[in-house]
Design a protein around this ligand. Structure first.
Ligand SMILES: [Zn+2]
Length: 437
């Protein structure tokens, strides 16, 4: 098995995306298509195989190129890893090919433990597992490449599993998650001093109760007294229950690829973003995407281009001021301030004067949101987007629209969104009514 085997996955994905006319879509539109393309076309192969790293990288490249809609040499202003975080963690919600692939493979591992009568699971037992416990199974001799790849994901997979103690025979005392979501080994300072193969059943006596003397002997000095107390408070069933497990990352305890991608992200150290509210702004999705780009300092103002060593004349296209940076364009440019003042006086009074000691766009967004609230932020987003739109018209098409025209345009944008949004809500209502008996 090598990269060529999977080349068709890449070319299919490419074909599908090039069918869409990238030029006519906004970045938000292209982002939506990438999400639907990755969850459809290559998914069949990804369900069955852990693809080679190179193939996954190329799939990401295809998506990346489509996302930016630029040529080969384009250097993206925002890192692909940042883009591929969830919206809650500061990204766009596009998922990396590798994350989807691993999540889909984990689904197979889940099948093995949750659906023992599934025909594929029975074949797997017949061929490899021989009824061994998935967690404890050790690979012997020659097995298939794919099977080896699949079980190499076990460690990551079991990080999402939480155990409910029955007889304790399959739960590793130190390394499985059963008492809390974190394995007990994490709270031991000297990890070499413990028996890592200790099972929960080793600490249960024949009366199906905790073996207190043994617990005190083995655990005092290793775990905090409070933790030991929590163990002793854990109820062991008195009947013949076997150990059970559930997927702790989802609400219903059942595995889902979505929640397993979240787990992978958590393990990569992704943290909740303070700017998640951007995606809740009451404006067109393309404008939310625009605000997200701003929050990542990804708007290609002339200052930004110069920092990236791309030579451009530095004058602000709107007022002729010498340096067109983000803060000039959106907070200081007199041309822009006039537009806001003339079309949205109330908003103008709310945002000005503003704190000029902020380091970057993200800090400005947070400060403004705090100051004026999400409703006015939505209005500001549409305003900024319209200004950026006309700024680009000047740069690329030499279209010198007047302040009045821009002001009229931005009010129109806001109105269009309101109408479209209301129509959509009504559409939802109609749809819901149709499903009633
Ligand atoms: Zn200016």
């Amino acid at each position: 098995m090598n990269n060529q085997t999977f080349e068709s996955v890449i070319s299919k994905s490419k074909q599908q995306l090039t069918k869409w006319k990238a030029n006519t879509l906004s970045q938000e539109g292209r982002s939506t298509l990438i999400k639907s393309n990755l969850s459809a076309k290559p998914i069949y192969t990804m369900q069955s195989f852990l693809l080679p790293k190179q193939t996954l990288k190329e799939l990401d490249e295809v998506n990346k190129k489509f996302f930016w809609n630029k040529g080969e040499k384009h250097r993206a202003p925002i890192n692909w890893d940042e883009i591929c975080k969830s919206k809650a963690n500061g990204g766009t919600g596009i998922r990396k090919a590798e994350d989807i692939n691993i999540a889909l493979q984990m689904k197979l591992l889940w099948k093995i433990i949750a659906e023992p009568y599934n025909i594929w699971v029975r074949i797997i037992h017949e061929k490899y597992l021989k009824n061994a416990d998935l967690k404890l199974y050790e690979k012997r001799g020659q097995t298939s490449w794919q099977w080896g790849k699949l079980i190499s994901l076990r460690k990551q997979f079991f990080e999402g599993i939480k155990w409910v103690v029955g007889d304790g025979k399959t739960i590793n005392f130190w390394q499985d998650r059963w008492l809390t979501d974190i394995p007990l080994i994490e709270s031991v300072a000297d990890k070499d001093s413990i028996d890592k193969s200790l099972l929960v059943c080793d600490l249960i006596n024949s009366n199906k109760d905790w073996d207190r003397p043994k617990i005190f002997q083995l655990l005092i000095g290793k775990l905090r007294r409070r933790t030991i107390r929590t163990i002793l408070e854990y109820n062991i069933p008195t009947n013949d229950f076997q150990d059970r497990m559930y997927w702790k990352e989802s609400n219903n305890g059942w595995f889902s690829t979505k929640s397993s991608v979240q787990l992978l992200h958590k393990n990569k150290g992704h943290k909740p973003s303070e700017l998640k509210w951007i995606w809740d702004l009451d404006c067109a999705p393309k404008i939310r995407n625009f605000m997200w780009r701003i929050s990542k300092s990804g708007l290609q103002t002339k200052e930004r281009l110069q920092q990236r060593r791309i030579a451009v004349p530095m004058e602000c296209e709107l007022c002729g001021h010498h340096s067109e940076g983000f803060f000039h364009l959106f907070m200081e440019c007199n041309f822009v301030k006039d537009i806001i003042h003339n079309t949205k006086k109330h908003l103008f009074d709310l945002i000005f004067p503003y704190n000029q000691n902020l380091g970057n766009e993200k800090e400005l967004l947070m400060e403004l949101k705090e100051k004026i609230g999400i409703r006015h932020m939505s209005a500001l987003a549409t305003t900024w987007w319209s200004i950026w739109y006309f700024r680009n018209q000047r740069v690329f098409n030499n279209d010198k629209s007047s302040k009045e025209k821009i002001g009229k345009f931005l009010l129109g944008e806001q109105n269009n969104w309101r109408i479209a949004n209301e129509a959509e809500k009504k559409g939802d209502l109609v749809k819901r009514n149709q499903t009633l008996p």
